[in-house]
Design a protein around this ligand. Structure first.
Ligand SMILES: [Zn+2]
Length: 362
């Protein structure tokens, strides 16, 4: 069993954060800087260094226009032991493209202003170099493909701007498919599969060498993508449906399909996705995250499970707190019996393998 100090030194590549949005919107991030240690949010450069955070997918997410953000309270129907959030309204693709371009600009400026501490990575060589030199690696990711028009004319342009990963949907409908509404208890099988444009998007991402992320997609969309994609399947931030039977989480047959494709599932730290009883608020123990890790490894094997924290996007267990809690998580995984090589794969090896297999262009 690795010692605490070994677990502490393990660099982590993480599958999901909403830090760019948190920094962009003062009502979320209170105007904090990425370069100053803050008590707001979960991730900034000083805390990343303390927590061994080496890099990750940085989501570019377009909130529903208006002050309420993605959803308003009337959309949540909560009763004893059950809830359902009405699917958010679709958003205008032109608005999405303009807002996404602003966050892409933010990411580029952040790297430029970092004095070499942060880089937007476009190739596996750049990614490996960042990890070797301790430069924080940002992989730019769309959480929902709204910014790309149905004829995919903007796809190459965003690729040239550094985009390397696309989630087909957030939990709303768009030109490509239907995101899964937040519902408990529920299977992910709600709504139709990918549209013709959605199937074309999967093929185009395969051709360009972009990750296709199936988080937030409904079951029929997932299986359409699984049939079409020639790349390892990726679900950047989710949890085990068997432990927390929510629409957002993956069933055992979905987990098996990701493993069969040599893909990866990032384990979310979102309390609202992890609790077995449908509770969306309050605290949860760090051990609950570990239980999801252990279950996914049991079902999928050690090569297909990774971090998908959702930092800056949601409430996470107080025992983790923020990115500086990552070593505590690795420590708890070590205490579960995961050895040094297992921890390396969970912490960054699996994400790096899947990215290398997918980003074909030099
Ligand atoms: Zn999400």
């Amino acid at each position: 069993m690795p010692s605490r100090s070994e677990a502490l030194r393990m660099p982590v590549f993480d599958g999901h954060n909403d830090t760019l949005l948190n920094l962009h919107l003062p009502e979320r991030g209170k105007g904090r800087s990425f370069f100053t240690r803050s008590a707001t949010g979960h991730l900034d450069l000083p805390r990343a260094r303390e927590g061994g955070y080496a890099g990750g997918l940085f989501a570019i997410f377009v909130p529903t226009p208006g002050p309420a953000g993605p959803w308003v309270p009337e959309m949540i129907h909560q009763s004893a032991g059950a809830y359902e959030v009405r699917l958010a309204d679709p958003i205008d693709p032109d608005h999405a493209a303009a807002f996404s371009a602003r966050l892409l600009g933010d990411a580029r400026r952040l790297a430029a202003d970092s004095g070499g501490g942060v880089a937007v990575v476009r190739t596996t060589d750049e990614l490996h170099a960042c990890l070797a030199r301790g430069v924080l690696a940002m992989v730019l990711h769309f959480e929902g493909a709204e910014a790309i028009d149905a004829r995919l004319q903007r796809l190459e342009d965003f690729y040239r701007q550094g985009l390397r990963s696309i989630g087909i949907t957030w939990s709303r409908a768009n030109a490509f498919g239907w995101g899964v509404p937040f519902k408990f208890p529920s299977t992910p099988d709600i709504g139709p599969g990918l549209t013709a444009a959605g199937k074309e998007l999967v093929r185009a991402c395969n051709d360009l060498g972009l990750l296709v992320d199936l988080a937030h997609l409904n079951a029929r969309g997932f299986w359409d993508a699984a049939r079409i994609s020639r790349a390892p399947l990726v679900v950047s931030h989710t949890a085990a449906h068997a432990l927390a039977p929510r629409s957002r989480n993956l069933t055992d047959d979905q987990l098996a399909a990701v493993a069969d494709s040599h893909g990866v599932v990032g384990v979310t730290f979102a309390i609202s996705d992890l609790t077995p009883d449908g509770r969306r608020e309050g605290d949860a123990p760090l051990d609950l995250v570990i239980r999801h890790f252990a279950y996914l490894v049991e079902r999928m094997g050690i090569d297909h499970v990774a971090f998908g924290s959702d930092l800056d996007g949601t409430s996470i267990p107080r025992d983790v707190g923020d990115v500086t809690g990552f070593p505590r998580l690795l420590d708890a995984l070590a205490a579960q019996g995961f050895g040094p090589e297992d921890l390396r794969r969970l912490a960054h090896g699996n994400w790096l393998r899947v990215i290398a297999a997918t980003w074909k262009r030099p």
